[in-house]
Design a protein around this ligand. Structure first.
Ligand code: TXA
Ligand code: MG
Length: 346
């Protein structure tokens, strides 16, 4: 099915009765899908309690059906309506981090459509920290299932223009809220076990969670390619730009040596690097994604930078590795998934 995709730019600051939000909300009640901004990346939303509406998300994205979706809520009542119980730790986490980039995996009571949870007994829920997202959920008066609003396998969209590139003609509309803040997706945290488990690193860091919980563990599958991840989405190749990406781990000197080598093989190479590395290179094209000293800036620019290589006709992208502390863990998780090759010094 093809659509004439509407693009709305609601008034700034947003007014409660904004007509764009009201119209998008009405389309959601008619089982249509709408892309909207969150503080992390743009989401592709549909009524989480309606199987037919949710099916349209999978169709528009070309997403594998065994990969569950995150449900977005505007208030705690909507959480209570979706789960069997809210454990104390979840309550604590909501107090500390919501609205914000933290998805809590809880026991589902079956109210979310079965294709939202991909048949699992649990459901992932978050309250996004974005006025347009919250206004849209309220206008629809339903929790919204929403994966990132990209074609499956592509980098997540951080602007409405990215969503248009991937989904124009495939969805009913896009709410344009400018560029997103955090730039990488939410942290997915399984709260169904005694000690919560990070299934996907994201905008709320392990260090943030430890401050509230004391102990939190990281799903061992995130560090080990051999293990079966507990978050189904983590097993797919993701976030990939058009050209194959080679992640380079090591010193700046090693990066330069490797760049020289692949160039001498006759390949057209694009480089993605921090300002600090970029200024040492005598090479074109180099796309910079921020300063090493400001890892939040790198997260904010990461996906737009990966998309930019589409314009330059390169055979290979060499990408710098970043420090894994704080949101660096999410950046390296996404880059490792995007990479078709990793080369390390020594
Ligand atoms: O920041 C975000 O989380 C963005 C914005 C739009 O909110 N959404 C997003 O959704 O990244 P998506 O569908 O691209 O990623 C959802 C991730 C997948 O890795 C999926 O496997 C995991 O969450 N997930 C969802 N429900 C789950 C569940 N019940 N158990 C384990 N993992 C779950
Ligand atoms: Mg995604």
């Amino acid at each position: 099915m093809s659509y004439e995709t509407k693009l709305w730019k609601p008034s700034q600051p947003l007014t409660p009765g904004d007509s764009a939000v009201a119209e998008a909300g009405r389309l959601l009640s008619e089982q249509q899908v709408i892309a909207f901004p969150t503080e992390t990346v743009y989401g592709l939303g549909a009524d989480a309690t309606n199987k037919g509406a949710v099916q349209r998300i999978f169709q528009a994205k070309g997403r594998p059906a065994d990969n569950p979706l995150i449900v977005h809520v505007a208030n705690r009542k909507q959480v209570a309506d979706l789960v069997t119980a809210i454990p104390d730790i979840a309550e604590k986490l909501m107090d500390a981090f919501w609205p914000g980039p933290l998805t809590l995996v809880l026991e589902s009571n079956g109210q979310a459509a079965e294709n939202v949870t991909a048949g699992l007994s649990t459901v992932g829920i978050r309250m996004p920290d974005h006025p347009l997202a919250l206004a849209l959920i309220s206008a629809a008066d339903k929790p919204l299932a929403a994966p990132s609003a990209n074609r499956s396998g592509r980098p997540s969209p951080t602007t409405a223009a990215h969503v248009e590139q991937d989904l124009s003609g495939r969805i009913a509309g896009i709410l344009d809220g400018g560029s997103t803040g955090v730039g990488v997706e939410s942290t997915v945290l399984d709260c169904t076990s005694e000690i919560p488990v990070i299934l996907r690193p994201g905008g709320i860091t392990k260090e943030d969670l430890e401050r509230v919980l004391g102990e939190v563990v990281v799903d061992p599958a995130l560090a080990n390619q051999e293990e079966q991840p507990r978050s189904p989405g983590m097993k797919y190749t993701h976030y990939a730009p058009e050209a194959p990406l080679c992640l380079v781990a090591g010193s700046d000197h090693f990066f330069q040596k490797h760049l020289k080598q692949v160039k001498s093989d006759g390949q057209r190479v694009g480089v993605m690097a921090s300002y600090e590395l970029a200024e040492q290179l005598d090479h074109e094209p180099v796309i910079s994604c921020g300063s090493r000293e400001n890892i939040e800036e790198v997260a904010h620019r990461l996906y737009a930078a990966l998309r930019e290589f589409k314009k330059s006709d390169v055979d290979l992208i060499l990408c710098e590795s970043f420090n894994e502390s704080g949101v660096g863990a999410a950046i390296m998780n996404r880059l490792t998934k995007a990479a078709s090759q990793i080369v390390s010094e020594q």
